[in-house]
Design a binder for this molecule. Structure first.
Ligand SMILES: [Zn+2]
Length: 330
């Protein structure tokens, strides 16, 4: 048993990250359904389990598709310092200034959300049920990622500031511990006239929050002795090292509800964008939307993603993915 614990602890030395953890992504997509207008809500409610469950597909896909990784973030600090006015918002302008290869190397989330908007609009126009659901679930994921401050920096997991583990701490451990008590009364979906502006405003807001995200953790860390900073959790044969509850609470308090605010904003934006795509597609009547089963090809794709993810997870023990708050802790 001792051996197992020692081995498992080794697993947390390095990490890849995954915004909001699985819990957060699923919760964001699920709650967004309830903000939709009457014309849309029945369809989405009927399919709420699909929308919820598939909120994490884009992260799973990173194990099977090479182009997937940069769709989840943008390392803004590679290009500029705040207020970052020099950053071109249009894809074409950004390519002209930095080259496509560079953009892909440092993340494309703001543009990918727009690509996905066109896809969702097309799915509505085609009245294709499966495509609407899959694209809605996917776009919810990318929107939620864009609201996470740590998805806008090269220092995404604190490696440059001796804060390794901060990614999973912020986006998974905090919402998993306190997210059930957040206020999810968020209002109604609204039409977004200028999606690009909204997306970039979100990215900039995420980026501006980094000061607090890093600064507060540093402060808290200095006032907590190491033995109270972490806790160990044993479930079955697995022992996880994670940030202790007191430490997590102290950090969350110091940020004054930032994680809750970001989660609420993610939910609102997901609903706004779903609604906007539907309006832009001419507000199709959901009663006329085709209910076809997944085609053999769609089914195969989904199964391949799931399989690659499961196999990779097994094979990647040295590089765990921060799907829960206990992962990625050094
Ligand atoms: Zn992601």
């Amino acid at each position: 048993m001792k051996k197992t614990i020692a081995f498992l602890l080794l697993l947390f030395l390095e990490t890849q990250v995954n915004a909001w953890g699985f819990w957060g992504h699923q919760r964001i997509n699920r709650i967004a359904v309830f903000l939709l207008p009457p014309e849309m809500i029945s369809f989405y409610k009927e399919n709420i389990d699909f929308i919820t469950e598939h909120a994490v597909d884009p992260d799973k896909r990173r194990y099977s598709i090479a182009e997937e990784a940069p769709r989840h973030y943008i390392d803004l600090d590679h290009y500029c310092t705040l207020p970052c006015d020099s950053m071109p918002h249009r894809w074409k302008d950004a390519v002209a200034k930095y080259s496509e290869d560079t953009l892909k190397a440092y993340g494309i989330v703001p543009w990918h959300i727009q690509t996905m908007m066109y896809r969702l609009e097309d799915a509505f126009k085609a009245k294709d049920k499966q495509k609407i659901l899959r694209t809605s679930a996917d776009i919810g994921h990318y929107i939620a990622d864009s609201n996470v401050p740590l998805h806008t920096t090269e220092n995404y997991n604190g490696a440059q500031t001796n804060q390794v583990g901060i990614h999973g701490f912020w986006e998974s451990r905090i919402p998993e511990l306190f997210g059930e008590d957040y206020d999810y009364f968020i209002g109604k979906a609204e039409f977004v006239a200028k999606p690009s502006e909204r997306i970039w405003a979100t990215i900039m807001e995420s980026h501006r929050a980094l000061d607090s995200v890093f600064g507060f953790e540093k402060q808290i860390s200095q006032s907590f002795p190491a033995d109270t900073k972490y806790a160990f959790d044993t479930r079955g044969v697995t022992t996880s090292k994670m940030y202790s509850e007191e430490y997590t609470l102290a950090y969350s308090k110091m940020m004054d509800g930032m994680v809750e605010r970001k989660m609420r904003r993610s939910i609102k934006m997901v609903a706004d964008i779903w609604f906007t795509c539907w309006v832009n597609a001419g507000s199709p009547d959901f009663k006329k939307i085709e209910t076809h089963q997944h085609t053999a090809q769609e089914q195969e794709e989904m199964e391949a993603e799931e399989k690659a993810w499961k196999e990779k997870k097994k094979a990647m023990y040295g590089h765990p993915h921060a799907e829960t708050g206990s992962e990625g802790v050094k």
